[in-house]
Design a protein around this ligand. Sequence first.
Ligand SMILES: *Cc1c(COP(=O)(O)O)cnc(C)c1O
Ligand SMILES: [Zn+2]
Length: 385
Amino acid sequence: MYLTELRCSSCGRGHEPGRLHNLCEACGKPLLAGYDLAAAGAALTKSMLAQRRDAGLWRYRELLPVRDPASVVSLGEGDTPLLPAPRLGAQLGLDQLYVKDEALNPTGTFKARGMAVAVSMAKELGASALTVPSAGNAGGALAAYAARAGLPAHVFMPADSPRANVVECEQAGARVTLVAGLIDECGRQSAEHARATGGFDVSTLREPYRVEGKKTMGYELAEQFGWRLPDVIVYPTGGGTGLVGMWKAFGELAELGWIDPDRRPRMVSVQAAGCAPIVSAFHAGARVGAEVTEAATIAAGLRVPQAIGDFIMLAVLRRSGGTAVAVSDEAMLAAVRELDRLEGIFPAPEGAACVPAVRELAATGAIRPDELVVIFNTGSGLKYL
Ligand SMILES: *Cc1c(COP(=O)(O)O)cnc(C)c1O
Ligand SMILES: [Zn+2]
């Protein structure tokens, strides 16, 4: 409704939002959506939001790209709980620890948010078929939303992806190609398939609207805390849509005058020790990540050897005063159990990875005991049995 432009995150070139786009036509970097926030802010108030029940992330529709409400493809995504975690907090030495539990989304992960908006936009702009490379959960989410939209979907995932991801794609009627390789090789095959068949590729940050869906995590967090933000957000990072999306959301909320721009959270990226390009680049002072060779981790969603949006993620970490932490698979698995036994939340290993990261940051004083800290559980442990 108030979408005005798609702007390149690197060279700044504008693109007409009324048709399907992948990367910037000039430089091949990700495009990000821009809105007329003055007009959106005149049409939408905080109290109106409070009255919109049962709409999930579509309660923020003035700040989302879909023009025609009939284009919305929804399975009830968003409105996930923000749970206090006092027993885990005590273990970590923190007075105010919360878990934002994204496992309650359709398909059991936060990938649903991104796909809900990306598939809605693809439908509105006339896509006839959708393809995606996936480490697992993005494929499952695309399969479900494509089925909901009545569009065919083709998912390219590593042959050793979690079994649940293969099954959920097939049950939803998506075609699945199991690839001998990681997400980067899946990405090549998906893009090639899209070119050959005229399908639209909804790969992470290679189309502009999955970020728009994921940014609603940032809106929800602000709203759930009464329009103030936590001191620290700890987030498991793969392709980076969540990190990039939430920071974008905070920028938009600041421009709307709904939050204090000087009180934005420190953003912490958590990666797996066996695949940590953002952590390495952050501590090396590099602007982009180097490709990881032989990436290995049980946290499938974090097995991203090189991300096209790495420079955006690194800029967010630095601008927010945050940091980046790598966690071993052993520590992640121990944290799955710890989070479940202490708080009753059975997390994906990606989400669990936040726990040892916070433990380390609290122990070194990088997070103070009285700070308000939110960790993101991005998915359900049930997908990794
Ligand atoms: C995809 C995925 C991630 C990484 O998400 P990005 O926002 O793309 O960095 C983290 N956790 C789970 C469970 C995932 O499926
Ligand atoms: Zn560009």
